[in-house]
Design a binder for this molecule. Structure first.
Ligand SMILES: [Zn+2]
Length: 86
């Protein structure tokens, strides 16, 4: 299956800061089965941490998740390496 064949689905997300509702795609991590995503609120422009509850994206302020994001970058790097060696 080619990546271009995958239909990108969007899910409603509500900014935890300004309550703007916007639509977000699943993150690369979420596609890989790790329920965490990063997005920017289109209204107040803060970074948001997204988790998917089955219907909607739940959001939290990203600040405080820098350590998490470092961990995730490591995971993504490893996943990319795995894919390349395949
Ligand atoms: Zn916002």
């Amino acid at each position: 299956m080619k990546l271009e064949d995958v239909k990108r689905q969007v899910y409603p997300a509500e900014c935890c800061e300004c309550e703007t509702v916007f639509y977000a795609e699943k993150s690369l991590f979420q596609e890989m089965g790790l329920d965490i995503g990063r997005t920017e609120c289109p209204s107040c422009k803060i970074y948001l941490l997204m988790t998917f509850d089955g219907e909607r994206m739940q959001t939290k302020k990203w600040s405080g998740y820098i350590e998490e994001s470092k961990k995730l970058e490591g995971l993504a790097e490893r996943a990319t390496k795995r894919r390349k060696t395949r």
